[in-house]
Design a protein around this ligand. Structure first.
Ligand code: ADP
Ligand code: MG
Length: 763
């Protein structure tokens, strides 16, 4: 036991904890946990809590009591450092549960606490954001951050600086979902969907041979034959200047038709497309496919094509998390992603040992020839357990897989609970009962994460029986993108030293094994003909395990790669958002109008102080417009970014240069646009007659953006000609002369982007 923990416990024992040092605050929470919740915190929990106060990523197994650890760290932040804490939970259900559960401790410690969920009204949020500790999802608070960027007439309710976040189930939020952007759109200038219905219908003629699919990015491209045919159908050369938009729509239609599958990638619910999260396997309401793809999928099902207004702001969860001055997290599986947490978030991982030894038996991967063989084995395992009334939790890959297993079980006369696409609250209830005698629960990846599975039911009334049949059995139906996700699933069994067992299945035709070339890696060890039962070739098995590590590394590399593209936009967003806030809260005043010849005239007509207030507001509105243009431009760049690879340039660098140039030239145009606005103001009788352009309605949603376009291989190979190479080389020469000896960063911004030249400026 560390001396710090000894000291805390000594203080608690002597009830000397009225002061506000870290140890005293810890001791106070310790006593409150005993008194209010009848829980005596374990040393491991104190150690984890201490790590959280230091801004670390804490690995602590499922069921070890992480919820309580966060309370110690949050109270310390409030009472010792005087700062606010957001505890970011996995979903709304857990935000509410943890808030209600822990509130008595906060009350006893004298720390104010609140909770925000999707349904919390805006008026209440203002006050809630002032609480010392707030439980909410990263999505809710991230949306509030974006909303503060489009607010006009009300006092902002979102804190100006974000202080401390404790992210629960941190690997899921900070790694698996990190790239998901939150988006806010407004009805300032509603986008036309450009006849997607008609395009979709016409694109039906572009069948086999007309398109190819990029394995990695899962995007569809027209082949030469396809482009010829499309030209006939649409009466336009697909690759001509001005056809970019149509080409993008046609490719989106093909992807919607050929690649995206109902019940795997999305479900239809009340006439809407609801995406399925690829990691949790759960319905993700409020999320949409990027760009034209959403309308294409809607056209596929003959749904009304939705209009989403103009995007006014967006932020990936990853960057939102990085806005906090101090960030920490907790999860059952952090160790495997130690490097990523450090590289991307700059936080160190600390592994807390389990309080009791882990008694769960984790069996090595079981490999089968194909899906059918694998299914037989899975069903046999379930049946074996069901026969002795042992509870089983099956973690499937998709909703359709869950349903097909359930159908097989029904045929075999085995009852089961299928858990997917329902709401968090119902799911939590089903999962909480997954440890009861004779229960078979089938769920996708991480449904019900954060909910404890107690042996013998939520109140453990039947624990002895369930222990006697071996505890909970967890089955993972296929390897996932990361072994961390399989580990997370295995960890649902064997909580707090319970008995339990986990088995992981794989078939040679599982996507992860196919896409990462297991066949090539295993060579002659790869079975040449159908084999029954489990495959036991050691080399083959070793390679199958290695394939998952390869996939894991690729995914990590992709995320690092994506960051090289997205950092620049984050920098620009940060400057723009801050400037806008300071204009509205009065800490900064615009002086564009003062510099124009019209200003004298304006002063004759209007009082100076009112004119200044209006100027600040007009500039704030202009910054919204500016930012929407910027987002449009960068989307446009991203769609063509692979082109620079052809010319042997570094696309990430080109992208950064192009963004920087656009930002600067657009910023330089603001003076002129402000002058135009002043001219409009002068036309008004009274200042109050002047109407600022602002959205009357805003919408928030999540994009399913994983930066596919950055992975896209150059498709327009036809453009690879000497001309391009020499043009690129020439640009290189120009740069080397110009930048001379200047340091690296200056060089980057000074460079004239090849990309910018290739495409020119938009508009
Ligand atoms: P985790 O988030 O680590 O999976 P939870 O915070 O959900 O774990 O807690 C799991 C269970 O452990 C809960 O039922 C909780 O009441 C119980 N628990 C937590 N801490 C203690 C403790 N110190 N003593 C006894 N039970 C505890
Ligand atoms: Mg938890």
């Amino acid at each position: 036991m560390s001396t710090e923990i000894e000291k805390i416990k000594a203080l608690a024992e002597s009830a000397e904890c009225s002061g506000n040092t870290l140890e005293e605050v810890f001791a106070r929470c310790f006593l409150a946990a005993q008194k209010e919740l009848d829980i005596t915190p374990f040393d491991e929990q104190l150690a984890a809590a201490l790590a959280l106060t230091k801004g670390k990523m804490v690995q602590m197994q499922t069921g070890e009591g992480k919820t309580l650890c966060a309370v110690f760290a949050a109270c310390t932040e409030a009472l010792v450092n005087g700062g606010l804490t957001h505890i970011l939970t996995f979903n709304d259900y857990l935000a509410k549960r943890d808030y209600n559960w822990m509130k008595p401790i906060y009350d006893a410690a004298g720390v104010s606490v609140g909770c925000i969920t999707e349904t919390t009204p805006k008026e209440e949020r203002r006050e809630l954001y002032k609480r010392q500790v707030l439980y909410c999802t990263i999505k809710e608070t991230g949306f509030d951050y974006l909303r503060s960027f489009v607010l006009f007439d009300e006092e902002p309710y979102f804190p100006e600086e974000l202080n401390f976040a404790i992210v629960d189930e941190a690997d899921s939020i900070l790694i698996d979902e990190a790239r998901i952007p939150l988006v806010i759109a407004g009805d300032v200038a509603v986008h036309e969907n450009g006849g997607m219905d008609e395009i979709y219908e016409k694109a039906a003629a572009l069948g086999e041979g007309c398109f190819s699919v990029d394995e990695e990015s899962q995007n569809a491209y027209l082949t030469d034959a396809g482009a010829d045919k499309a030209e006939k159908i649409f009466g336009r050369d697909m690759y001509a200047v001005g056809s970019e938009d149509l080409l993008a729509k046609v490719c989106a239609c093909i992807k919607a038709r050929e690649i995206l599958k109902e019940d795997k990638d999305y479900i239809l619910k009340d006439g809407n497309i609801v995406l399925i999260d690829e990691f949790t396997g759960r319905a993700a309401p409020g999320r949409v496919f990027p760009g034209d793809l959403q309308s294409a999928v809607e056209a596929k099902h003959g749904l009304k094509i939705s209009s989403r207004g103009r995007i006014m702001g967006s932020i990936a969860l990853q960057y939102y998390a990085r806005l906090y001055r101090k960030l920490s997290g907790m999860t059952g599986t952090a160790e495997q992603s130690r490097e990523e947490f450090e590289k991307i978030y700059g936080i160190l991982t600390e592994v807390i040992p389990t309080r009791l030894p882990v008694a769960r038996i984790d069996h090595p991967l079981e490999l089968y020839y194909d899906g059918a063989e694998k299914r037989k084995a899975i069903l046999a395992a379930i049946k074996e357990a069901a026969d002795i009334k042992r509870p089983v939790l099956v973690g499937s890959e998709s909703i359709s897989e869950s349903e097909s297993i359930a159908a097989d079980l029904e045929k075999a006369g085995i009852k089961c609970n299928v858990l997917n696409a329902k709401n968090d609250f119902e799911e939590a209830e089903i999962i909480a009962k997954a440890g009861e005698r004779g229960t078979v629960t089938i769920s996708t990846n991480m449904a019900g994460r954060g909910v404890d599975i107690k042996l013998g039911g939520a109140d453990c009334h039947d624990k002895d029986f369930v222990v006697s049949v071996g505890g909970l059995l967890v089955l993972s139906t296929s390897p996932r993108e990361s072994s961390r996700i399989t580990m997370q699933l295995r960890g649902r069994a064997g909580r707090q030293g319970d008995v339990g067992e986990s088995r992981a299945f794989a078939a040679l035709d599982d996507p992860i094994l196919l896409n990462n070339n297991l066949k090539g890696l295993a060579g002659r060890h790869y079975p040449s003909e159908k084999t029954k039962g489990v495959l036991d070739d050691k080399v083959l098995l070793r390679e199958a395990e290695r394939v998952q590590r390869i996939s894991e590394n690729n995914a990590f590399e992709d995320r690092v790669q994506l960051m090289k593209y997205t950092m620049i936009g984050e920098k620009h967003r940060d400057i723009t958002f801050k400037r806008r806030n300071s204009l509205l809260n009065g800490s900064y005043s615009s002086e564009f109008w003062q510099k124009t010849a019209l200003y004298e005239k304006a002063l004759e007509k209007f009082p100076e102080d009112e004119l200044q207030i209006l100027q600040n507001r007009v500039l704030a509105a202009l910054l919204n417009e500016f930012w929407s243009d910027y987002l449009d431009y960068t989307t446009y760049l991203r769609e063509g970014i692979h082109l620079t690879q052809i010319a042997g340039r570094n696309p990430a660098e080109e992208y950064n240069i192009a963004c920087e140039e656009y930002y600067e030239s657009a910023a330089a145009s603001i003076a002129e646009r402000m002058e135009e606005k002043l001219r409009d103001v002068l036309k008004c009788e009274k200042l109050s007659d002047y109407e600022i352009d602002k959205p009357t309605r805003t919408y928030t949603y999540l994009l399913n953006d994983i930066g596919e376009e950055f992975k896209a291989k150059p498709v327009l190979m036809g453009m690879l000609s000497d001309d391009y190479e020499s043009a690129a080389a020439k640009l290189n020469d120009d740069n080397s002369q110009k930048s001379g000896e200047s340091d690296k960063s200056a060089e980057t911004t000074e460079k004239k982007g090849f990309f910018g030249k290739l495409f020119g400026k938009k508009k």
